[in-house]
Every structure is written in C-alpha cells, then in structure tokens.
Design a protein around this ligand. Structure first.
Ligand SMILES: [Zn+2]
Length: 139
C-alpha cells in the first residue's frame, strides 16, 4: 500500500515570489490582495480567512523540476511568511471539508487516473494499487 504524501510548493520558490512579485520561470506579474474566499495557501496548506488574510496569486508549474512538459496554473500563497506543510503530515485536516480533484501521473506526465473526492475520505485513494513512479496531485 502506498500512503498519501502531500507536497507543498518549496519554501525557496515562495520566498522568491514574495520578494519579487513575479511568477517563477515565467516572470509574469503576481497579484497581491485580501483573500475573498477560503482557498488554500499552496505553501502552508491552510485556508485563507476571507476578508482578513492577504495573499499573492501567481502562475506556478506544479511539475517544475520533475517533468520537462510544463503545466502552469494559478496558485495562491500567503503574502506574509508561513510555515511549509510537512510532507509526512498526511492529508491536511483543514482542507478535508471541501471537494478536491486528485490526479495520478506516471513518468512523462501521463495522466493515469483522476477522481473527485467529495466525501473527505482521501485515504481510500492510497488503498488503490498505484504503479511505481506514480505521482498524485491535488487540486
Ligand atoms: Zn501559507
């Protein structure tokens, strides 16, 4: 059985975005604002407090450094420093209450499976057999 490992954006990437207000690799301008919803910060994986927390929106390639084919998309991080979520901490409890799409990839960024988890039982996905080299991404 393969356990779930949740990998947040690297701290050095987050610090660079905060310092430059530019997207890594692409250089697109990042946007800072007061949170308008409870989307998660992709560094600490905590939900933003709408109307209170400040956040930065930027373009991030979730396969950067892993695959040659990019897959950029928009992500939020806290504008102020926050602690990176530990890869060994299991599924973030704060995110369990909202539906998430889970994708499994093989090497070469080949999509093997995609599943919407709306019942908060993410651990059942780890009970499915996964081929070696599978990478699972949460959205
Ligand atoms: Zn954060």
């Amino acid at each position: 059985m393969q356990s779930i490992r949740v990998v947040a954006i690297p701290t050095e990437t987050v610090e660079r975005v905060r310092a430059t207000l530019r997207a890594p690799v692409y250089g697109f301008p990042a946007h800072a604002e007061v949170a308008t919803d409870d989307a998660p910060c992709r560094h600490c994986l905590r939900a933003f407090k709408a109307g209170k927390d400040r956040r930065i929106l930027f373009t991030y390639d979730r396969f950067a450094g892993i695959e040659s084919l990019p897959q950029p998309g928009p992500v939020y991080i806290h504008e102020d420093a926050c602690s990176r979520y530990s890869e060994d901490a299991g599924f973030p409890e704060e995110l369990r209450g909202s539906p998430r799409t889970v994708e499994a990839y093989a090497r070469g960024r080949r999509l093997l499976a995609q599943e919407l988890v709306a019942d908060s039982k993410f651990e059942r996905l780890s009970k499915n057999s996964s081929p070696a080299g599978t990478r699972t991404i949460f959205k």
